[in-house]
Design a protein around this ligand. Sequence first.
Ligand code: GDP
Ligand code: MG
Length: 498
Amino acid sequence: MSAVASEPVKQTLVDRTRAVLTHGLDVYRGTPHAGRLAALRDRLDQPLRVAVAGRVKAGKSTLLNALVGERLAPTDAGECTRIVTWYEDGHTYQVRAHLAQAPPRQLRFARENGQLDIDLGGLAAADVEELVVTWPAQALRAVTLVDTPGIGSLTESASRRTWDLLVPDEEETPADAVVYLMRHLHAGDVEFLRAFHDSEVSRPSPVNAIGVLSRADEIAVGRLDSMASARRVATRLGEDPSVRRLVQSVIPVAGLLAETSVTLTEEEVGRLRTIADLEVRDAEELLLSADRFVSTRPELGLTEPERTSLLDRFGLFGVRLASTMLRRKVAGTATDLARELAERSGLNQLQDLLSSLFFERRDVLKCRSALLAVGEVVRELPLPGSDSLAAEVEAVVASAHPFNELRVLSGLRSGWVAGKEEVVAELERVIGGAGGATHQRLRLPPDAPGPDLAAAATDALTRWQRRAENPFTSYELAVAARVAVRSCEGILADLSPH
Ligand SMILES: Nc1nc2c(ncn2[C@@H]2O[C@H](COP(=O)(O)OP(=O)(O)O)[C@@H](O)[C@H]2O)c(=O)[nH]1
Ligand SMILES: [Mg+2]
């Protein structure tokens, strides 16, 4: 039976965005923009693109490896760290170089000690626009990760490439979302984030950026309570109004430990056991400093290169933590230890956050990037027909509820929408600011039964309707409250069997 005209099939945001892009292709057929629009349409079916950004040596590549679960991105120095590199899922292992002045070229690569080593084949880093590493990896199915050389890179051109990727002048932002690493906040970080957000639909916008206080183990100089100190610093940063309007939240991550936890070897655990077998006081003395760890107690049974390699992989904090956990039998096997280290490094928390703030909203984030880009095409090259295209973009952006939620979220974060603390906190949750899942919006446990969810959603709906209609509610809050009402209605509609 065909659909009845009076009951149009509900179009999703992705459908509507795809229709805009298809129309755009019609308008721009035969122009240089056609390819760009086609690529944008393809992107709707591809994984979300998340860039890892921040200053040089912030620990970006290390953290990217932790997220992939393999040591693909080169860390420290080396030519390849200066090149913007994409890591995407695929059927075969492959590395391509996109060049400024020549067609793309396939590159040779090798793996040594689990690390990917790319041979630039005589190319200079400056000649390479970007590298694309295709790698069959579970983690890359949901997300394509982009490693950046970092702002303030050693060379002007590497710095500029990072900037172009995140804050392009002309083209759409190639990334849908950003994990921004900061070691300690300074003016340059805020300025960078601000510029990135200036190219957004609703600015300033914390909707697609998460802040990571990176190299968290170093904050309390590697003491065992380092992560607790880092958490305090991160919380303070996350409450700072100038940071809140730029990133959704700031969490501490000890990236090196995170990377090592997902690539831990039995051999490494064996070496850590040697330290764990020492008397507590002897172990503490050995681990007082990196120098001491490498050069004292020659009778220990660990060579100098073995000790140096432990330091490179775990950091002093990681060696302390891991050997202590083995000694106290918090972890018995390599698998246990890997799990504990992943948890304590902050990696699990980061993954949860990425999942609730980015992956669950991936369609909205992708559509947002695409519609922004269409808007730019229209501005760059006005043609007959581009006015109606621009109007369509407007219409989708204005009417799609998820975009309204994002707009309110930015409004809350930037202080445009203000109210009583608990009201603002509830508003932020209901519109999906702490995660888009129903239970998260209603602040219920993940396994809350349907009737509980429905009851909570009905309560919330009543509350937000009352706030929206209350004459004492400020104008901004009333607008936001109407968005919250729609969110509650959406939740109830999803819960209802009809
Ligand atoms: N102690 C410690 N060192 C780290 C951490 N993350 C990265 N590093 C080290 O910092 C250096 C720079 O890291 P890298 O990931 O290359 O930084 P990038 O320039 O931002 O990509 C390397 O020597 C890493 O081993 C961390 O969480 N803790
Ligand atoms: Mg790097």
